[in-house]
Design a protein around this ligand. Structure first.
Ligand code: SF4
Ligand code: SF4
Ligand code: FES
Length: 240
């Protein structure tokens, strides 16, 4: 379900910074007062919750902070990333627990027929019942159901584009009535496309070849012997 994003560029007046207006939120069933406008993650810290799992990049990229929430008087439970969603008065939220979805193991470069292998690795993928719950659950607004169907029909290029913004939060898996983990299906199809179909950028191939030929070995030796101070000085001197 689409969620309101936290506005990272919003400015705060001096008075609001010193005496912020407060809102009431419910965290894992208990009410707390927190400053208006902070992210759910900051609300957890503000209220003294020890976040030992669920805090990663803090920038909406790693998917570690998958969260369920409900707004005041609305029975519908929605999803968001706690590091990039702002609190609202009357909101209730809690982190999503880890979900034990099955992840197939494979070496995508060794698969004889990547499109056929999808059905061996994830035989449940074609059993999608079109309920759209995965799309509803996705905090990144990805058309997850469409992505699963594109994978089943072998259009791996389209799958990789569909799942481009996937942060692997895993919120699409627990809601699937066909026991599909759509994110893992998306990752497999994207990897297969990247490894087997996509034309490699010329510059990338040249750089990989140079690395394999050892052209940068001396530079690495030198960098690995540097002290912290030398590293800081050297990186500060690199033009941006
Ligand atoms: S793991 Fe699923 S719910 Fe999370 S961003 Fe990726 S597609 Fe969306
Ligand atoms: S939740 Fe599962 S069954 Fe429903 S549309 Fe998504 S992949 Fe298909
Ligand atoms: S902590 Fe990485 S997406 Fe929230």
């Amino acid at each position: 379900m689409a969620t309101e994003s936290f506005d990272k560029d919003a400015t705060v007046s001096r008075e609001d910074a010193l005496h912020p207006p407060m809102v009431t939120v419910e965290i894992s069933g208990k009410p707390f007062q927190v400053p208006a406008g902070v992210t759910l993650m900051k609300a957890l810290w503000y209220t003294g919750h020890e976040v030992t799992r669920g805090a990663g990049c803090l920038g909406g990229f790693c998917g570690a902070c998958a969260t369920y929430y409900r707004t005041k008087d609305d029975p519908k439970v929605k999803t968001c990333l706690a590091c990039s969603h702002a609190v609202e008065d009357g909101m209730s939220f809690s982190f999503a627990p880890p979900f034990p979805a099955r992840k197939a193991t494979y070496d995508v470069t060794q698969v004889a027929d990547p499109k056929q292998a999808l059905f061996d690795l994830y035989p449940e993928a074609p059993l999608c019942r079109n309920c759209n719950a995965c799309t509803e659950a996705c905090p990144q607004n990805i058309d997850v159901r469409e992505g699963v169907w594109k994978a089943v029909f072998g259009d791996f290029k389209a799958v990789s584009e569909t799942f481009m913004d996937c942060v692997m939060c895993g919120l699409c898996a627990p809601v699937c009535i066909a026991d599909i983990a759509p994110n893992f299906v998306g990752v497999y199809a994207s990897r297969a496309y990247g490894a087997r179909e996509m034309e490699k950028p010329l510059g990338l191939s040249e750089r990989i070849q140079a690395i394999e030929e050892g052209r940068y070995n001396d530079d690495w030796e030198r960098i690995l012997k540097m002290t912290d101070e030398e590293l800081q000085r050297t990186s500060a001197a690199i033009p941006s």
